[in-house]
Design a protein around this ligand. Structure first.
Ligand code: 5GP
Ligand code: ZN
Length: 113
């Protein structure tokens, strides 16, 4: 999608340091980390909301969720980890391209605001 930052990362139009890539997604480090490790898992396909997903998209997202724990060394998941998907304004979604935050490497509290 034009003018989408994460689509530009996926296409290579904007260079980004990828930690991992496969046919479904890329993984990068968040520019503003909220934990010791803060990765962004970015599907290659552009859509903003889970509510927009097709059956094909849901299969793709299922593959992504299955693959994340397989990257345990790379993402330092051994001690536990947190996945977050922000949806819409109240959640603070700032990039309109669905992505999964992966937080790891430290004990975390729970603070919604
Ligand atoms: P959201 O708030 O939409 O759930 O998450 C967007 C995330 O993208 C934020 O955590 C923000 O720090 C991150 N982000 C925004 N711009 C960039 C960028 O240019 N590079 C990287 N690596 N992360 C970015
Ligand atoms: Zn996009």
């Amino acid at each position: 999608m034009e003018d989408c930052l994460f689509c530009k990362f996926v296409s290579g139009e904007i260079a980004v340091n990828e930690v991992f890539e496969n046919e479904d997604f890329i993984v990068i480090r968040d520019i503003n980390p909220q934990a010791k490790n803060h990765f962004l898992v970015i599907p290659k396909k552009h859509f903003k909301y889970l509510a927009e997903m097709t059956e094909e998209d849901s299969a793709m997202l299922g593959r992504i969720l299955k693959t994340i724990p397989e990257l345990k060394e790379l993402l330092e998941l051994d001690g536990g980890y947190r996945l977050v998907i922000n949806q819409g304004d109240d959640a603070g979604q700032t990039v309109p391209h669905l992505h999964i935050h992966v937080l790891s490497g430290q004990k975390m509290g729970w603070q919604p605001a």
